[in-house]
Write a protein that binds this ligand. Structure first.
Ligand code: SF4
Ligand code: SF4
Length: 237
Protein backbone atom coordinates (compact mmCIF):
# COMPACT_ATOMS: atom_id res chain seq x y z
CA UNK A 1 0.00 0.00 0.00
CA UNK A 2 1.21 3.55 -0.70
CA UNK A 3 2.44 5.17 2.51
CA UNK A 4 0.03 8.04 1.74
CA UNK A 5 -2.87 5.66 2.38
CA UNK A 6 -1.79 5.06 5.99
CA UNK A 7 -4.40 6.87 8.02
CA UNK A 8 -4.06 8.11 11.58
CA UNK A 9 -6.83 5.66 12.48
CA UNK A 10 -4.73 2.70 11.25
CA UNK A 11 -1.89 3.74 13.54
CA UNK A 12 -4.14 4.23 16.56
CA UNK A 13 -5.83 0.89 15.86
CA UNK A 14 -2.45 -0.85 15.93
CA UNK A 15 -1.72 0.68 19.35
CA UNK A 16 -5.23 -0.25 20.54
CA UNK A 17 -4.43 -3.85 19.68
CA UNK A 18 -1.39 -3.68 21.95
CA UNK A 19 1.35 -3.16 19.34
CA UNK A 20 4.36 -1.51 21.02
CA UNK A 21 5.58 0.45 18.00
CA UNK A 22 4.53 1.37 14.46
CA UNK A 23 6.99 1.80 11.61
CA UNK A 24 5.82 3.34 8.33
CA UNK A 25 8.03 2.79 5.30
CA UNK A 26 7.65 5.15 2.35
CA UNK A 27 9.44 6.01 -0.89
CA UNK A 28 12.16 8.66 -1.01
CA UNK A 29 10.73 12.17 -1.13
CA UNK A 30 10.36 13.61 -4.62
CA UNK A 31 10.57 10.11 -6.07
CA UNK A 32 6.90 9.25 -5.91
CA UNK A 33 6.08 6.64 -8.55
CA UNK A 34 2.60 8.08 -9.10
CA UNK A 35 3.46 11.78 -8.78
CA UNK A 36 0.90 11.94 -5.98
CA UNK A 37 3.49 12.61 -3.26
CA UNK A 38 1.75 10.24 -0.87
CA UNK A 39 4.96 9.99 1.11
CA UNK A 40 4.64 13.67 2.08
CA UNK A 41 1.09 12.98 3.26
CA UNK A 42 2.43 10.06 5.26
CA UNK A 43 5.11 12.21 6.86
CA UNK A 44 2.63 14.95 7.82
CA UNK A 45 0.25 12.37 9.24
CA UNK A 46 3.09 10.72 11.17
CA UNK A 47 4.24 14.02 12.69
CA UNK A 48 0.70 14.95 13.70
CA UNK A 49 0.02 11.50 15.15
CA UNK A 50 3.25 11.66 17.17
CA UNK A 51 1.95 14.87 18.78
CA UNK A 52 -1.40 13.22 19.45
CA UNK A 53 0.36 10.27 21.09
CA UNK A 54 2.31 12.70 23.21
CA UNK A 55 -0.93 14.49 24.17
CA UNK A 56 -2.53 11.28 25.43
CA UNK A 57 0.57 10.36 27.43
CA UNK A 58 2.26 7.87 25.09
CA UNK A 59 5.87 8.11 24.00
CA UNK A 60 5.84 9.59 20.45
CA UNK A 61 8.95 7.58 19.59
CA UNK A 62 6.67 4.56 19.33
CA UNK A 63 5.79 5.82 15.87
CA UNK A 64 8.32 6.48 13.14
CA UNK A 65 8.63 6.77 9.40
CA UNK A 66 11.58 5.82 7.19
CA UNK A 67 12.10 6.32 3.46
CA UNK A 68 13.75 3.94 1.02
CA UNK A 69 13.40 2.63 -2.51
CA UNK A 70 12.27 -0.87 -3.46
CA UNK A 71 15.87 -1.85 -4.20
CA UNK A 72 17.27 -0.73 -0.84
CA UNK A 73 16.72 -3.83 1.25
CA UNK A 74 19.72 -2.89 3.37
CA UNK A 75 18.24 0.54 4.17
CA UNK A 76 14.93 -1.11 5.08
CA UNK A 77 16.70 -3.61 7.34
CA UNK A 78 18.68 -0.81 9.05
CA UNK A 79 15.51 1.20 9.68
CA UNK A 80 13.64 -1.77 11.09
CA UNK A 81 16.52 -2.99 13.24
CA UNK A 82 17.13 0.41 14.82
CA UNK A 83 13.38 0.86 15.41
CA UNK A 84 13.09 -2.53 17.09
CA UNK A 85 16.05 -1.61 19.30
CA UNK A 86 14.34 1.66 20.25
CA UNK A 87 11.03 -0.04 21.06
CA UNK A 88 12.79 -2.65 23.20
CA UNK A 89 14.40 0.21 25.13
CA UNK A 90 11.01 1.88 25.60
CA UNK A 91 9.37 -1.31 26.83
CA UNK A 92 5.72 -2.40 26.60
CA UNK A 93 3.11 0.10 25.49
CA UNK A 94 1.32 1.80 28.36
CA UNK A 95 3.24 0.05 31.10
CA UNK A 96 6.32 2.18 30.40
CA UNK A 97 4.16 5.30 30.41
CA UNK A 98 2.52 4.45 33.73
CA UNK A 99 -0.89 3.72 32.20
CA UNK A 100 -2.89 0.62 33.03
CA UNK A 101 -4.60 -1.23 30.19
CA UNK A 102 -8.02 0.23 30.89
CA UNK A 103 -6.77 3.83 30.94
CA UNK A 104 -4.63 3.26 27.85
CA UNK A 105 -7.55 1.83 25.88
CA UNK A 106 -9.88 4.60 27.05
CA UNK A 107 -7.44 7.30 25.90
CA UNK A 108 -6.86 5.63 22.56
CA UNK A 109 -10.59 5.11 21.98
CA UNK A 110 -11.35 8.73 22.83
CA UNK A 111 -8.78 10.17 20.47
CA UNK A 112 -9.59 7.65 17.69
CA UNK A 113 -13.17 8.89 17.71
CA UNK A 114 -11.84 12.41 17.16
CA UNK A 115 -9.70 11.55 14.13
CA UNK A 116 -12.15 13.02 11.57
CA UNK A 117 -12.31 16.24 13.61
CA UNK A 118 -8.52 16.41 13.99
CA UNK A 119 -8.05 15.87 10.25
CA UNK A 120 -10.54 18.58 9.34
CA UNK A 121 -8.95 21.04 11.78
CA UNK A 122 -5.42 20.30 10.53
CA UNK A 123 -6.32 19.77 6.88
CA UNK A 124 -4.12 22.59 5.55
CA UNK A 125 -0.99 21.38 7.27
CA UNK A 126 -1.70 17.76 6.42
CA UNK A 127 -1.57 18.76 2.75
CA UNK A 128 1.72 20.65 3.09
CA UNK A 129 4.82 19.79 1.07
CA UNK A 130 7.92 21.26 2.67
CA UNK A 131 11.03 20.78 0.61
CA UNK A 132 13.37 21.24 3.56
CA UNK A 133 13.50 18.36 6.00
CA UNK A 134 14.39 20.69 8.90
CA UNK A 135 11.17 22.66 8.34
CA UNK A 136 9.21 19.62 9.43
CA UNK A 137 10.65 19.95 12.91
CA UNK A 138 8.08 22.54 13.98
CA UNK A 139 5.22 21.65 11.65
CA UNK A 140 3.00 20.57 14.54
CA UNK A 141 3.83 21.95 17.97
CA UNK A 142 2.89 20.75 21.42
CA UNK A 143 1.11 24.06 22.19
CA UNK A 144 -0.87 23.79 18.98
CA UNK A 145 -2.13 20.34 19.87
CA UNK A 146 -2.99 21.43 23.43
CA UNK A 147 -4.98 24.28 21.91
CA UNK A 148 -6.70 21.95 19.46
CA UNK A 149 -8.08 19.92 22.35
CA UNK A 150 -8.73 22.87 24.67
CA UNK A 151 -10.73 24.67 22.00
CA UNK A 152 -12.63 21.55 21.00
CA UNK A 153 -15.87 22.26 19.21
CA UNK A 154 -19.12 20.77 20.54
CA UNK A 155 -22.66 20.98 19.22
CA UNK A 156 -25.72 21.52 21.38
CA UNK A 157 -29.43 21.39 20.61
CA UNK A 158 -31.42 24.07 22.38
CA UNK A 159 -34.53 22.30 23.74
CA UNK A 160 -36.52 25.53 23.54
CA UNK A 161 -35.91 25.80 19.78
CA UNK A 162 -35.86 22.21 18.53
CA UNK A 163 -39.00 21.33 16.54
CA UNK A 164 -38.21 17.62 16.15
CA UNK A 165 -38.06 17.82 12.36
CA UNK A 166 -35.47 14.99 12.50
CA UNK A 167 -33.22 16.52 9.82
CA UNK A 168 -30.18 16.45 12.10
CA UNK A 169 -30.71 12.82 13.09
CA UNK A 170 -30.97 11.77 9.44
CA UNK A 171 -27.73 13.61 8.63
CA UNK A 172 -25.65 12.39 11.55
CA UNK A 173 -23.09 9.86 10.28
CA UNK A 174 -22.60 8.36 13.74
CA UNK A 175 -26.18 7.91 14.92
CA UNK A 176 -25.23 10.27 17.75
CA UNK A 177 -28.57 12.08 17.92
CA UNK A 178 -31.28 10.72 20.17
CA UNK A 179 -34.37 11.21 18.04
CA UNK A 180 -38.05 10.55 18.67
CA UNK A 181 -41.22 11.95 17.14
CA UNK A 182 -42.43 15.07 18.94
CA UNK A 183 -39.43 14.96 21.27
CA UNK A 184 -36.63 17.46 21.57
CA UNK A 185 -33.53 15.93 19.94
CA UNK A 186 -30.39 15.39 21.96
CA UNK A 187 -26.78 14.94 20.94
CA UNK A 188 -25.00 12.07 22.63
CA UNK A 189 -21.69 13.82 23.24
CA UNK A 190 -19.86 10.52 23.71
CA UNK A 191 -20.81 9.35 20.23
CA UNK A 192 -20.48 12.72 18.46
CA UNK A 193 -17.41 13.08 16.20
CA UNK A 194 -17.98 16.86 15.85
CA UNK A 195 -18.43 16.82 12.08
CA UNK A 196 -20.93 19.71 12.16
CA UNK A 197 -23.42 18.11 9.72
CA UNK A 198 -26.30 18.58 12.16
CA UNK A 199 -25.38 22.23 12.68
CA UNK A 200 -25.33 22.84 8.93
CA UNK A 201 -28.57 20.93 8.42
CA UNK A 202 -30.86 22.35 11.09
CA UNK A 203 -33.34 24.53 9.14
CA UNK A 204 -32.54 28.23 9.66
CA UNK A 205 -36.14 28.90 10.70
CA UNK A 206 -35.48 26.72 13.76
CA UNK A 207 -31.77 27.50 14.32
CA UNK A 208 -31.80 25.08 17.21
CA UNK A 209 -28.18 23.91 17.10
CA UNK A 210 -25.31 25.94 18.50
CA UNK A 211 -21.61 25.48 18.00
CA UNK A 212 -19.70 25.76 21.27
CA UNK A 213 -15.94 26.31 21.27
CA UNK A 214 -14.03 25.16 24.34
CA UNK A 215 -17.18 25.45 26.47
CA UNK A 216 -19.00 22.84 28.51
CA UNK A 217 -22.19 21.52 26.92
CA UNK A 218 -25.36 22.19 28.96
CA UNK A 219 -27.07 19.03 30.20
CA UNK A 220 -30.06 17.78 28.19
CA UNK A 221 -33.58 18.12 29.62
CA UNK A 222 -34.52 15.12 31.78
CA UNK A 223 -36.57 12.31 30.25
CA UNK A 224 -40.27 13.08 30.55
CA UNK A 225 -39.60 16.77 29.92
CA UNK A 226 -38.64 16.51 26.27
CA UNK A 227 -41.91 17.24 24.51
CA UNK A 228 -41.39 19.80 21.76
CA UNK A 229 -42.71 23.29 22.35
CA UNK A 230 -44.29 24.11 18.98
CA UNK A 231 -43.41 27.51 17.56
CA UNK A 232 -46.18 30.01 18.16
CA UNK A 233 -47.62 27.93 21.00
CA UNK A 234 -45.07 28.91 23.61
CA UNK A 235 -47.58 31.01 25.58
CA UNK A 236 -50.26 28.31 25.56
CA UNK A 237 -47.75 25.97 27.18
S1 SF4 B 1 -21.65 17.00 14.95
FE1 SF4 B 1 -23.82 16.47 14.76
S2 SF4 B 1 -23.95 15.26 12.86
FE2 SF4 B 1 -21.78 15.28 13.46
S3 SF4 B 1 -21.50 13.46 14.72
FE3 SF4 B 1 -22.00 15.10 16.11
S4 SF4 B 1 -24.20 14.97 16.40
FE4 SF4 B 1 -23.71 13.78 14.56
S1 SF4 C 1 -32.72 19.73 12.70
FE1 SF4 C 1 -32.93 21.25 14.32
S2 SF4 C 1 -35.15 21.45 14.67
FE2 SF4 C 1 -34.83 19.59 13.47
S3 SF4 C 1 -34.71 17.96 15.05
FE3 SF4 C 1 -32.61 18.64 14.68
S4 SF4 C 1 -32.22 20.23 16.18
FE4 SF4 C 1 -34.42 19.91 16.11
Amino acid sequence: MCSGRVDMKFVLRAFSKGIDGVFIGGCHFNECNYIANGNYHALNMTLLTKRILEYIGLNPERLTMGVMSGSEANVYADHVNSFIKKIKELGPLGKSEGLDKEELNARLAKVTKLVPYIKVMKNDKLGTFLMNEEDYEGLFTKDEINQLFNDMVSYYIDPAKCQACMTCARRCPEGAIISAKGQVHIIDQDKCIRCGSCFAGCPPRFGAISKLVGEPVPPPPPEGERAVIRKGKEKAN
